[in-house]
Design a protein around this ligand. Sequence first.
Ligand code: PMT
Length: 224
Amino acid sequence: SRGAKLKGKRVLVTAGGTMERLDPVRFLTNDSSGKMGFAIAEAAQLMGADVTLIAGRTTAAVPSGVNVIRVESAQEMLEAVTGRFADMDIVIKAAAVADYRAAQISGQKLKKTGEKLVLELERTVDILETLGQRKQHQFLVGFAAETDQVERYAMDKLRRKNCDLIVANDVAKDGAGFNGDTNIVQVYSSEGLVDSMPLLSKREVATRLLELIEARMNAAGGSS
Ligand code: PMT
């Protein structure tokens, strides 16, 4: 058995992509299926944790028995996550959150006009960075989806967003990243590389990641 290594721990996981509306019938989103975050939520539950899953747009099946809160936009995900942050022990941000949203959401369907259409986008709030600033006792884990200079960008995100760990996936590699059932990740702490996983199922990545988190929390003198 996996035992109950996370018994009594409150774990918040985000999954899927955000959906940023342009008008009543159109939106911007990304390729996230939710599989990585769902696998983490499911594995955490099997390890005895009390799991809250906050999910954007997903195509994969939601793990059974997990409390799921649905959100659409980055702003809604921000509110759902920050509102629950104080009560959590571990937060894992596997969601693919939009960096930009429409500067204006049109109330009416946008009309076809000239040959070209320019959309004005504005930055969304960075949820992980917000959590990093507010962090107290929580163990905070971010993801980094990169296509090049993976270590450099992942370490940069870890520091900027004040994470305890960052899980980097080179989404340009076959078998890694969006949509599939497998991933290839490297996990970094502020001291550098702590685990380099080979091609594994997202379930296996999830379990190995949670075991790593649990070991580091215990080593840091966390209770029980
Ligand atoms: O859902 P799947 O199809 O299984 O795919 C899994 C995945 C590729 C989506 C997942 O493994 C992954 O890499 N998730 C993070 C994707 C991402 O948005 O990465 P990023 O490098 O752009 O963002 C870095 C971190 O900041 C992430 O933890 C992200 O959740 C967070 N972020 C980003 C922008 C923002 N406005 N707020 C955030 O919190």
